[in-house]
Design a protein around this ligand. Sequence first.
Ligand code: SF4
Length: 156
Amino acid sequence: MSLHPITETSDSSSQSEKLYTPREVAHELSLSVESLRLYEREGLLVPYKLDSGHRRYTQSDIEWIVCIQRQIHENKLNFAGIRYILSMLPCHEMKPCCLEDQKTCPAGVASCRPCWDFDVTPCRIKGENCRTCVVYQQVLNVDNLKKILSVKFKCD
Ligand code: SF4
């Protein structure tokens, strides 16, 4: 990838991850900035946010965005279909959540959306950040995501 990243870095555990602006990502992937916002609104993407509120993307985000595009254009999945696949991530086990939280969490087994697409979940009430959560981080590791879901996500 020929992107020239800006010098900002994330404050996540990866510390020195380079961050790209929406415009840079859009240009590199030949999509619109609005498409990035749409993926976010549709619950497929949780970008890194600076204190200013501006969005930034890591290399892992870019790889996930490429995967999203392939699901849409090659595998003919719509947003609901991708959300449904992501809803199969066993978030309660991955966190792991206590039984009480499991009982009250709307992102339970009957959900057709990934947990981070809900405005109110027990962990979010506690102030946890989906972007840095172990569950969402699995999405950014596309190979690992395929293994977890045992679904053929054709991202190669
Ligand atoms: S913090 Fe967010 S991503 Fe993590 S389990 Fe809770 S809702 Fe899901």
